[in-house]
Design a protein around this ligand. Structure first.
Ligand code: 5GP
Length: 234
């Protein structure tokens, strides 16, 4: 796999065996604050790939269309080539992170309804929040595509909240990415402790990337626990 197409912060992308597929390889690199904080965490690529593969397979079985085709090896997957829609969709069940900071709501406060936020996928601009009329005005996506993404995100939230609860984990919030594949909108990227906030249901301990962002230590132990618990219930 020499002819790398894209060298990302936590994953590399290579050409697939045919024109409609790609190979994604997870890296051990952890980054935060738009790449300002960066470290190699041995084994992260393998654990995130395993978690995300379990979740994408679970979602596909529940009728969510995704880019995932199959696992190639411990850190590599084969995916459908998609035209990535350049917005992230953040789903929040509980106040935390930038939501708590922006609105002055203590972390851990249960939200009265699910919050959905779009942000522009742009490292140079720091992923600014963007609303639907701004997204359509710039031409990043059409309103009907955004409606479909919202429907899918709401379904995914219900499925994953329940799945993680069975694993004794609270799904606080998470980030989704989507792409166009033929005439379909499919879930892309990954769902892992890098892209979700996951708190132990009993102790409230953080088991996600906040352990890295906030220098809480034992980052890989947290990720490893998530994988072990998911394996027990899926
Ligand atoms: P916040 O806006 O509070 O920083 O993040 C909300 C949720 O979305 C968290 O679970 C966080 O990990 C995830 N998230 C937000 N932006 C990104 C991003 O650029 N990359 C990844 N991997 N996750 C993100």
């Amino acid at each position: 796999m020499n002819d790398i197409l894209y060298n990302g912060k936590s994953k590399n992308v290579f050409p697939g065996p045919d024109k409609d597929s790609l190979i994604i390889r997870y890296k051990d690199t952890a980054t935060a604050f738009n790449g300002e904080k960066k470290e190699e965490l041995k084994g992260k690529g393998k654990i995130n790939a395993a978690i995300s593969n379990l979740i994408f397979t679970f979602l596909q079985e529940k009728g969510i269309k995704t880019h995932f085709i199959k696992e190639i090896d411990e850190t590599s997957i084969l995916v459908r080539k998609a035209d990535i829609i350049l917005v992230e969709l953040i789903v929040r069940n509980t106040a935390a992170g930038s939501f708590s900071k922006k609105y002055g709501i203590s972390e851990g406060i249960e939200l009265k309804n699910t919050v959905l936020e779009f942000s522009l996928k742009s490292d140079s601009l720091g992923d600014p929040m963007i609303n639907i009329s701004q997204i359509t005005a710039i031409g990043i996506a059409e309103r009907k595509e955004l409606s479909l993404m919202i429907d899918m995100a709401e379904k995914i939230n219900i499925l994953l909240t329940d799945l993680f609860l069975k694993a004794e984990i609270r799904l606080i919030d998470f980030k989704l990415e989507f792409g166009r594949c033929g005439n379909e909108i499919v879930l892309c990227d990954e769902i892992s402790p890098d892209s979700c906030r996951l708190w132990d249901l009993q102790t409230g301990d953080k088991m996600d990337k906040d352990r890295f962002r906030r220098d809480l230590g034992n980052v890989m132990e947290g990720y490893g626990k998530v994988l072990d618990r998911l394996k027990r219930i899926i």
